[in-house]
Design a protein around this ligand. Structure first.
Ligand code: EPZ
Length: 432
């Protein structure tokens, strides 16, 4: 298993380019299953989770060509298998996004029920209830979800309200309802930018979706969908992560190919905490760390509020801030796995329920730490960048799932970080 070796204390300076959004590319690839025609997606991030999603589509019988690394040409005109197997789902729960498209187009789908993951139990009960609202029968057999459309073979539009905001639940149902008979109205829908991006693709494919990005989404089902060409939005969480990297190292970064409008809550909170954040234009942020960070409370909530996927990165920033603040996690019940590792590096953090009380500033010291999930690993990289000495992060396969070429990007702005392949000697140099 690869490791990252980081020597901290270097202010980051320069320009960083943001990749496409993992959490938009995943449902957009699944959406290609809704049509036999070719869907072309540009700006697909080159990360592990997209490689897994591509493999799922190919296992189902779709062809996926990549004329360029970040362009996927998907044609699902020979889908003969309607199953997302345990082997794939256990590595990436987002495989459940195949459920809606398969059920809507082929009238049947079998998807291994995802188990829990490091950050929580993460059930998909709301997805399944919603499919039942569209007339499907759903059963659980030996760990697999079996979903079948009514005898007509087509789902039936309906009006319902999600008990809780769910991002992939909204995406799954939006895709399924696009081919349903009649109108579907989803209330208490998730409003993340990735939902709007998926709706934009589906509407290019001939769907009739209104209200994506608001709590009420209306979908007039159509008989069939066609091919389309679409460019995936920038990754707002990668953008936020690099903004924190500039702030925590007292550096200065120009973050290109991002979309500041997708992370207003993060930008506002960073400014409140004393970070200089300028929107140079609609796709460029300029972030400067002043070294005078102020402790400010934060609570994670669904979009457009502060995203849970930025909680760990923000918490490590608060270990360097003047004063005490509380970080409250309301989305996932077990998303403080990074805290123990940060404490090993010298942070002052106390957990009580879903609140973490952070007192700073505390000088962090390099240590051997273990990554537990995607965003926790990003927070450990940020901790290593501002710590005294060397930090060795194990299990960085977690970060490869969602950050494209993070070592290359960070080194390009002066970070002293190396990827250590298991059998290579451990050396640190910014040059190599
Ligand atoms: C999406 O996960 C993202 N993943 C997550 O990003 C992100 O943390 C999350 O939304 C919240 O913003 C992708 O888009 C692929 P939810 P998702 O359904 O859709 C509960 C990352 O780091 N719930 O919105 O799985 C659930 O347990 C990842 O990139 C049910 O109870 O999250 C959670 O507490 C991590 N039943 C809450 O709702 C359901 O059927 C929100 O989950 C569905 C969800």
């Amino acid at each position: 298993m690869d490791k990252f070796l980081i020597r901290g204390g270097q202010p980051l300076r320069g320009r960083i380019e943001i990749s496409g959004a993992k959490n938009s590319a995943l449902p957009c690839l699944a959406a290609a299953l809704l049509t036999p025609e070719t869907v072309i997606l540009h700006n697909v991030p080159y990360v592990k989770d997209l490689i897994t999603q591509r493999r799922l589509l190919e296992d189902l019988g779709a062809t996926v060509l990549t004329p360029e690394l970040r362009t996927h040409k998907i044609t699902a005109n020979h889908v003969e298998v309607f199953e997302a197997p345990y082997e794939l789902v256990k590595t990436m729960r987002a495989s459940v996004l195949a459920l809606g498209p398969l059920l809507a187009r082929f009238g049947q789908a079998k998807v291994s029920l995802p188990g829990g993951c490091a950050i929580g139990t993460r059930p998909i009960d709301l997805h399944l209830k919603a499919f039942e609202q569209l007339g499907a029968t759903v059963s659980l057999e030996s760990g697999d979800v079996i979903a079948r459309a009514p005898a007509s073979g087509r789902l039936i539009g309906n009006e319902f309200e999600f008990e809780k905001v769910t991002v992939t639940g909204t995406e799954n149902v939006m895709m399924a309802a696009s081919l349903a008979k009649g109108k579907t109205v989803i209330r208490n829908a998730a409003m993340e930018p990735e939902i709007e991006d998926l709706a934009a693709l589906l509407n290019k494919m001939g769907a009739r979706i209104k209200g994506a990005g608001t709590p009420v989404i209306e979908i007039d089902g159509v008989e069939q969908l066609g091919g389309a060409e679409h460019t995936i939005i920038p990754d707002r969480i990668e953008t936020g992560t690099f903004a924190v990297a500039a702030a925590i190292t007292g550096g200065e970064l120009e973050i290109k190919n991002c979309n500041p409008a997708h992370l207003t809550a993060v930008i506002e909170k960073l400014r409140e905490a004393g970070v200089i954040v300028d929107e140079l234009n609609q796709s460029t942020l300029h972030v400067r760390g002043t070294g005078d960070l102020l402790a400010r409370d934060v609570t994670t909530e669904p979009h457009p509020k502060f995203p849970t996927d930025m909680q760990a990165q923000y918490m490590v920033l608060m270990t360097q801030a003047q004063g005490t603040c509380t970080v409250t996690e309301t989305i996932f019940e077990n998303r403080f796995m990074h805290v123990g590792e940060l404490i090993r590096m010298g942070a002052d953090i106390h957990i009580s329920g879903n609140h973490a009380v952070v007192t700073g500033p505390r000088q962090l010291t390099g240590a051997k730490v273990i990554a537990s999930d995607l965003r926790a690993s990003a927070s450990l990289v940020l901790a290593g960048l501002c710590a005294n000495g060397e930090t060795l992060i194990d299990r960085v396969y977690h970060i490869d799932r969602g950050y494209e070429a993070i070592v290359r990007k960070l080194r390009s702005v002066g970070a002293m970080i190396d990827r250590i392949k298991e059998n290579l000697p451990e050396t640190v140099s910014a040059e190599s």
